[in-house]
Design a protein around this ligand. Sequence first.
Ligand SMILES: [Zn+2]
Length: 107
Amino acid sequence: MIVVFPSIIPNGYKAMALYPFIFVSEPKGTYVFKLLSKGLEYSKAVGRWERMIAHERVHHKQQKELLFIGFLLVYLYFHLRYGYRHNPMEKEAVHGRKKRFGWTEYI
Ligand SMILES: [Zn+2]
């Protein structure tokens, strides 16, 4: 379920997954319209939205396989150790989920 809730999203981010919700900073129409006004073509703008939602759905799967609290602990550990971009759970979400516990291959 996608919920528009800008105040819960940390600065600099557009979306956040907390199973079973995906919080986004703005609705799809606003998101796409902003990209169109910057000159991006429609199909690419919609594609960015769809990739963002697919990314957050990977985090849902990670949260389910680690029973949510485990996800929070492991994610926080990786975040402190590797930073956001090199966090193995972010890498799996960026590259797409291939199998259960696929994030372990990015450690
Ligand atoms: Zn992510």
